[in-house]
Design a protein around this ligand. Structure first.
Ligand code: PEP
Ligand code: MG
Length: 914
């Protein structure tokens, strides 16, 4: 953290000391005030205390740093000079507002105090000076109220009640109708309340004491529970404090020729280019925000304060031209004169974000490159998920059951089913289902697919349930440990209440909240601007974006989302659709000799071939990476007696023998056991069947005139020999089929990079491997020594800044560039040292996450692959990377030239990595 000696920056009279400083120094509000002052907008003078000061205040155990108080006092003197008023003066007191302002807006999270500097004496001076005692006492009662609650932490309600009582007594309905005397009396009541609740201490009369109290309150609000929670939810991890803005007060409450308002240069809900906002006549800023009085439409300002309205419209145009983005502004009109109190980039809905970015390109305010940097992954994600309808927002509180980890956003409503079979049966019977499980396994896939939403009692964001659900864009909440599930009894108990099979639940996967009953959901509508902007991303990006898809339906969906190939088809997922396939794979597993195993595999062959054909058709000429079977065999075995009996009938083996085989397959640590390519080393006939299915499907499609590019992928390679054995065998099977069919089908054979050892010997593996795909789920698990299924139990604490804060983000979601990233880089470097044109991609969950995708772009991968619903996010991330790289390249020579006083050596532009 920087310990700059300058902690306070003055602004006013058309100048600002801090102009050009980043938000990280001045905070968003401070930066906006400095900028508006500098471009000649009417901004009341003031000064900004830096964000670093707040951070240092905490470092020093909630104490101001040395010399800070003297610096504030100097700036206060400047402010007195600029305004011609004196702080604490009895006749013409300088009053100030004290407001927070972090580098990122945290609406409603931090504190503001207005009218600071008033006391029992100066309020009388203000009343006499302005000849407006009503205004003076209104300002004083507001100040006492805000200071008591914000700086001193007294509860708000008693003072609000006193205000309501006073209105009753005066026989009036609204605050502005209260007279000066009423307000004066209210000030006395408030002060008495303060004294009583502050252990007999009177309300502070010394303005300097008030100021220090207010600055401390703003600093203190940074670590208030709600602010910390907000930062966690919004994933704000890179900020370390708030700035404080002290500014001369201007008054919107001097009478009917004054007012205040909040406005946006465009509609933040729809993005339409209309001036949008609320205002109030004879009021102070917080009245609008707090919703105390029903505000007027912004355009009504023209009726009441026409001169100020005209000025405000000019400010709107000027600010949009200046910032080239939609602005959110706060203003006050004091006696017909407009003052700007804030401007910042306005928050907007995802639909508005797309419309504003596209419209601004059309208006030539920004370029296409700039437009793609205006969209966030969250904007894209939120565009696609169903939402709980506005009409049901009221029911939320009464039906709230509890919450889990928000694994996949969107909302879902359905009837509870506790098993995959029940879910499938209910689905077949036309019901909407929420599948509730302790955890899910590959056997549950059918039920998961049938369900509207998935809820599990255990697991984290990369648990099976989460990964599978994300692939489908299906609402999913995991790790809801409040659920006490009893599958036998077909019920669960949550906080003492029992929920039975068939009861309705609504899940909000965006927040992790679980509701009882059936709330109304609605589908989002994609605006045309979405397509336009995503098209620009495709023009700009250099990396290809593929998808992880296991069925023709997923593949079609992914193409719709912009996928240019399949980067990972998990073939084991195909064994679980339908009982016949399940029985065939189970027969293969319980077979204890090669003949029986081959017989069982021959039953699976047509299913797989048909699926691959469907996928090749859907991808129509795009490359398709198909991974051979990966998970441990015991995951496929029957889990109950009924299942064993059914399998016994099919195979002719006794139930005891099947049970013994299941026992034999049990592993204590299956993630590190008999899985991945180890399965094909021990049972090569599995490889034979899968390669046959892939290549026969490719040949069939090619015969029908389709273009096909199959890529056979060997999972979990740890040794070069292991890979060479399987590569040789796969090639033999494939070449024979191609030859027999006299086909021209070409294919590639490559491997996943999921085991640290594989990255260390990537140069050897690349002797035969034609491509690498980084499986960063397993690579993270094995590099960090953390179970991807269990780490959810403690990782939240590891990323919580108020707790351990070991990592900034969950490494299973955001690639750990510091550690795992090194292995990725090494694998790429070593692989390409043997095979310079080695095709390299990523197919772990990180392939759809912004910073991880940018890392892949920066390190020379050819493509990223992610679940269909994340494809647009990856397209955006790749485009943003190119825009940022171009910007950095432009900036670099200038910087270097300035530093070294000589031109940098020219580097050849990298080849396009399509
Ligand atoms: C991986 O490990 O990153 C991967 C994509 O494989 P899976 O998630 O199927 O283990
Ligand atoms: Mg893996």
């Amino acid at each position: 953290m920087a310990t700059k000696s300058k902690r306070v920056y003055f602004f006013g009279n058309g100048k600002a000391e801090g102009r050009g400083l980043p938000k990280e120094v001045l905070g968003g509000k401070g930066q906006g005030l400095a900028e508006m002052s500098s471009i000649g907008l009417p901004v009341p003078a003031g000064f900004t205390i830096t964000v670093d000061t707040c951070a240092l205040y905490y470092e020093l155990g909630r104490k101001f740093p040395k010399d800070f108080e003297a610096e504030v006092k100097d700036n206060l003197k400047k402010l007195e000079k600029a305004t011609g008023k004196k702080f604490g003066d009895v006749k013409n007191p300088l009053l100030v507002s004290v407001r927070s302002g972090a580098a990122r807006s945290m609406p409603g999270m931090m504190e503001t105090i207005l009218n600071l500097g008033l006391n029992d004496v100066s309020v009388a001076g203000l009343a006499a000076n302005t000849k407006n005692p009503r205004f003076a006492y209104d300002a004083y009662r507001r100040f006492i109220q805000m200071y008591s609650t914000t700086a001193m932490g007294l509860s708000k309600e008693p003072m609000e009640e006193m205000l309501t009582e006073m209105k009753k007594k005066a026989g009036v309905k609204t605050d502005p109708e209260l007279s000066a005397d009423h307000l004066k009396q209210l000030c006395e009541e408030f002060k008495a309340y303060y004294k009583k609740n502050m252990g007999g201490k009177p309300f502070p009369q010394e303005p300097m004491d008030q100021l220090w109290g207010a600055v401390k309150a703003v600093f203190g609000s940074w670590m208030a529970e709600k602010a910390v929670t907000y930062r966690r939810v919004e994933k704000i991890t890179d900020l370390h404090g708030t700035a404080v803005n002290v500014q001369e007060m201007v008054f919107g409450n001097t009478g009917d020729n004054s007012g205040t308002g909040v406005c946006f240069t465009r509609d933040p809900s729809t993005g339409k280019n209309v001036f949008f906002g609320d205002c109030l006549i004879n009021a102070q800023g917080e009245d609008v925000v707090a919703g105390i009085r029903t505000p007027l439409k912004l355009s009504d300002l023209g009726k009441y304060l026409p001169a100020a309205w005209k000025q405000l419209q000019n400010v709107r145009t000027q600010l949009e031209k200046h910032y080239k983005d939609m602005q959110d502004m706060e203003f006050t009109v004091e006696n017909e004169k407009l003052f700007m109190l804030q401007c910042r980039t306005g928050k907007r809905t995802p639909a508005a974000a797309f419309k504003i970015a596209v419209d601004m390109v059309k208006e030539k305010l920004i370029t296409k490159e700039e437009a793609v940097t205006r969209i966030t992954p969250e904007d894209i994600e939120r565009m696609f998920y169903p939402v709980i309808a506005e009409t049901d927002k009221k029911k939320l509180e009464s039906s709230f059951v509890g919450e889990g980890i928000n694994a996949v956003p969107g909302a879902a409503a359905g009837q509870i089913m506790f098993t995959a079979e029940a879910a499938e049966a209910a689905y077949t019977a036309g019901k909407k289902v929420i599948l509730v499980r302790k955890e899910t396994s590959p056997e549950d896939v059918g039920g998961m697919h049938a369900a509207q939403g998935i809820l599990t009692a255990t697991g984290g964001k990369t648990s099976h349930a989460a990964v599978v659900a994300r692939g489908w864009g299906k609402c999913c909440i995991v790790g809801a440990d409040i659920l006490d599930i009893n599958v036998e009894k077909k019920q669960m108990v949550v906080k003492g209440k029992t929920y039975k099979e068939g009861d309705w639940l609504t899940l909000d996967g965006s927040s992790g909240a679980i509701y009882s009953g059936q709330l109304t959901l609605k589908d989002p509508v994609l605006p045309p601007e979405y397509k336009t902007l995503m098209g620009w991303c495709d023009e700009i990006r250099k990396l290809n974006v593929r998808t992880n898809a296991d069925s023709p339906a997923d593949a079609r969906k992914a193409v719709e989302m912009g996928a240019e190939g399949i980067g990972l088809c998990r073939t084991e997922h195909m064994f679980f659709e339908g009982r016949e396939r399940q029985l065939a794979i189970q027969s293969m597993i319980v077979a204890d000799n090669t003949d029986d195993r081959e017989k069982a595999l021959s039953k699976l062959l047509p299913y797989q071939r048909k699926d691959f054909e469907g996928i090749f058709d859907a991808m129509d000429g795009k490359p398709v990476t198909i991974r051979l079977i990966d998970p441990p065999l015991h995951e496929f075995t029957p889990k109950d007696d009924a299942g064993v009996k059914e399998l016994s009938k099919v195979t002719g083996l006794s139930p005891d023998r099947i049970a013994a085989r299941i026992d034999q397959l049990h592993e204590s640590n299956p993630m590190l056991g008999h899985r991945g390519c180890r399965l094909c080393i021990t049972y090569p006939e599995i490889l034979d069947m899968q390669v046959r299915a892939i290549i026969e499907a490719a040949v069939l499609c090619a015969k029908r005139g389709k273009k096909v590019f199959p890529e056979i992928m060997i999972p979990l390679t740890m040794a070069s020999k292991e890979f060479f054995i399987l590569e040789k065998r796969a090639r033999a099977v494939a070449d024979a089929i191609v030859k027999d069919a006299k086909s021209k089908v070409k294919y590639l054979i490559g491997t996943m990079m999921e085991i640290p050892r594989a990255t260390l010997i990537a140069d050897k593996i690349a002797e035969k491997a034609e491509f690498f795909s980084f499986g960063t789920n397993d690579l993270t698990q094995m590099t960090m020594g953390l179970s991807r299924d269990d780490a959810g139990r403690f990782l939240p604490e590891y990323v919580d800044e108020k707790k351990a804060g070991v990592f900034k983000a969950d490494p299973f979601q955001v690639l750990d560039q510091e550690g795992v990233g090194q292995l990725v880089k090494l694998g790429i470097e070593k692989g390409r040292s043997t095979r310079p044109n080695l095709k390299i991609g990523i197919c772990g969950e990180h392939g759809g996450e912004l910073s991880s995708v940018k890392f892949c772009c920066a390190n020379g991968m050819n493509y990223v692959s992610c679940s269909p619903y994340r494809v647009p996010i990856a397209r955006l991330a790749c485009a943003q990377f190119e825009v940022e790289a171009k910007k950095a390249k432009k900036a670099a020579p200038a910087k270097k030239t300035a530093m070294m006083k000589k031109a940098p050596a020219k580097k050849k532009a990298p080849a396009k990595r399509k």
